[in-house]
Design a protein around this ligand. Structure first.
Ligand code: C2E
Ligand code: CA
Ligand code: CA
Length: 566
């Protein structure tokens, strides 16, 4: 960034004065428009007496010193302005070869511009002690970096030290840096992180203190005491937060996760905890610097989630039978007949019983396990939808549709939709017996892509319900463009149906205007049923009719509803 700003200023100056300018520091040369690099400049510098001059800006009271080289014989002259000193190297701006008269005429504007550049330079220098970009990046090119294995480093430390603090530091916004500034900038930032941490760690003259680059682009710091983590990483973050790379100023966000050995005695587990913590921070942090003590409250939460996700992953790959699908009937508001049911997943966990979806769906979404889990549920519901319609043939007025909940994550790419399309083409799925429940969050990735994906399924005869309506971000245009058939009013609206400010009727009216069928969720009382009926709500679902039940109970519920219809 620094360079591009300087270039801009110099170009402007060239434009206003008709003089070319050159800015040099050790590695970088920036020349403005009109500047031509001619040998006479060196000749002037080497063979002409230098006169030190000064310019005082009357407006700001700032003074700038500069050097004047004038050759009286050929009237050539050159002016050199100091800009700053960093890493022992001088940064100067010099003019192209010009006449004294030309310089005198434009002296105020030239001096003022250089003053501005100097100020800018000082601010940028203060923000960052040294010129990183060239140093850090050159170092990358000089030698390839050694990446150590965290577990090995921890095992080695354990051999010599009875206790130590292990801290993993990583750049949290690495993907963003890569996308916006490229791989060279990211590698520069990583090298600089390692270099700065190593420098700071050297302050501790303790044999345990080491700092190494480890797998997955992290740095592992081993320190004698936990208390040192905050200061070392904090100081590093202060410097690195404004990392200058080539022509950019990049904000580097750091995460540090730590735990003590032998408090966590199993080395594999210790290493695991550190990387889990970093993953958590990368997904959740907003600050430029975040710490997690893995033995603190947040650490506990992460570890529990981690264990749960490992168990779930195991269940999904090895013991699919522990994934159960229960069905909650959907009832015709006017007749009370069951016209369909929603499939709701449960996890049968050894020693803990049935785990409700709210405890594991969010984790499965964060870890991507939902993709596999979603397919298991989908397969089950597809099978059950064929089975129930076969079993109840002759009884039903119309085919029963079974619903499946689909997360936004499952619609992130088209693998879920392709999977379903193939099942339909091969005759394993009857699309007329299937309904997909999506929430308003499906638009969060790429709404046009979601519209296209759901459109492909809709055309084949699958219906789509907009679930939890009213709880998220709903936009009418968005709803008009999704290929929807049903709108499910969230339970919270049904709960407050008798309040003055109730929205239930309005939602049903909107739904009708959009040509959708309305389903009310969480209906628990006869009064709610009556009121929803008077509002012209088409379908009801809730404990009043049934809790979610296993497949065979669903069959009975359907039969009962046909036996005692209104
Ligand atoms: P949801 O899709 O809104 O499902 C309705 C939830 O409300 C179900 O909770 C259901 O048992 C509960 N419910 C229904 N009627 C009543 C009632 O009258 N009173 C009360 N208090 N509750 C009622 P459940 O089964 O715990 O599911 C919770 C959420 O988990 C679901 O909310 C859905 O978002 C998610 N979920 C369930 N199964 C799946 C699945 O297979 N895939 C995905 N992605 N999400 C699922
Ligand atoms: Ca649902
Ligand atoms: Ca719902």
């Amino acid at each position: 960034m620094k360079e591009s700003v300087i270039k801009q200023q110099l170009d402007l100056l060239s434009h206003n004065t008709g003089i070319g300018f050159l800015y040099t520091n050790k590695g970088v040369k920036i020349q403005s428009n009109l500047y031509t690099d001619i040998p006479i400049i060196n000749e002037l510098k080497n063979n002409t007496a230098v006169i030190n001059r000064e310019f005082a800006d009357a407006n700001t009271n700032k003074v700038i010193k500069y050097q004047e080289f004038v050759n009286p014989l050929n009237k050539r002259c050159l002016y050199v302005f100091p800009v700053g000193i960093s890493m022992g190297s001088k940064y100067v701006i010099e003019t192209g070869v010009i006449s004294e008269e030309l310089f005198e005429r434009h002296k105020p504007v030239i001096c003022r511009t250089v003053l501005i550049i100097i100020e800018m330079f000082q601010v940028l220098e203060r923000m960052y002690e040294v010129e990183f970009s060239s140093i850090a990046i050159n170092r990358v090119e000089e030698k390839s970096i050694r990446i150590y294995n965290t577990v090995n480093l921890l095992k080695r430390a354990r051999l010599t030290q009875p206790s130590f603090c292990a801290c993993r530091v990583s750049i949290l916004n690495d993907k963003e840096i890569l996308n916006v500034y490229g791989s060279k900038a990211l590698e520069g930032a990583k090298c600089e992180l390692h270099r700065l941490l190593s420098l700071k760690a050297k302050r501790f003259k303790n044999p345990i203190t080491t700092c190494n680059r480890v797998e997955n682009d992290g740095v592992l710091l081993l320190l004698p005491y936990v208390k040192d983590v905050q200061s070392i990483v904090g100081e590093t973050s202060e410097v690195l937060v404004n990392f200058t790379s080539d022509t950019y100023l990049i904000t580097v966000k750091l995460g540090a996760v730590y735990a003590n050995y032998p408090e966590v005695g199993d080395i594999e587990r210790l290493s695991n905890y550190l990387s889990r913590g970093i993953t958590y921070l990368a997904e959740n942090s907003t600050e430029v610097l975040e710490f997690i003590d893995m033995k603190g409250k947040l650490g506990d939460k992460i570890i529990n989630e981690f264990k749960l996700s490992e168990d779930l992953r195991h269940t999904v790959t090895e013991s699919k039978d522990d994934i159960l699908v229960m069905y909650q009937p959907k009832v015709d508001t006017n007749t009370g007949k069951v016209i369909g049911a929603e499939g709701l997943v449960r996890w049968q966990m050894k020693g803990r019983g049935l785990i409700p979806p709210n405890e594991f769906i969010p984790i499965s979404e964060r870890t991507g396990i939902i993709k596999e889990l979603g397919k298991i549920v989908l397969d089950r519901v597809i099978e059950d939808s064929k089975r129930i319609n076969r079993e109840l043939e002759g009884l039903l007025d119309a085919p029963l549709r079974l619903g499946v909940n689909v997360s936004a994550v499952q619609l992130e790419d088209d693998s879920f939709v392709r999977y379903l399309e193939e099942k339909i083409k091969s005759g394993h799925c009857d699309p007329k017996l299937l309904d997909l429940e999506v929430t308003e969050s499906v638009g969060m990735y790429d709404i046009n892509h979601t519209i296209e994906l759901l459109g492909r399924l809709s055309i084949l005869g699958i219906t789509i319900s907009l679930d939890d309506f009213g709880t998220g971000y709903s936009s009418l245009t968005y709803m008009k463009n999704l290929p929807l058939n049903y709108l499910k009013i969230d339970k919270s609206f049904v709960d407050s149906i008798f309040e003055k400010t109730s929205f239930c009727k309005n939602i049903i009216d909107i739904s009708k205007k959009l040509g959708l069928m309305t389903v009310a969720e969480g209906v628990e009382t006869h009064e709610q049923w009556d009121t929803l009926k008077s509002f012209d709500c088409d379908i009801l679902q809730g404990y009043l009719f049934s809790k979610p039940v296993p497949y065979k109970d669903l069959v009975e519920k359907v039969k009962d509803s046909y036996a005692y219809t209104l």
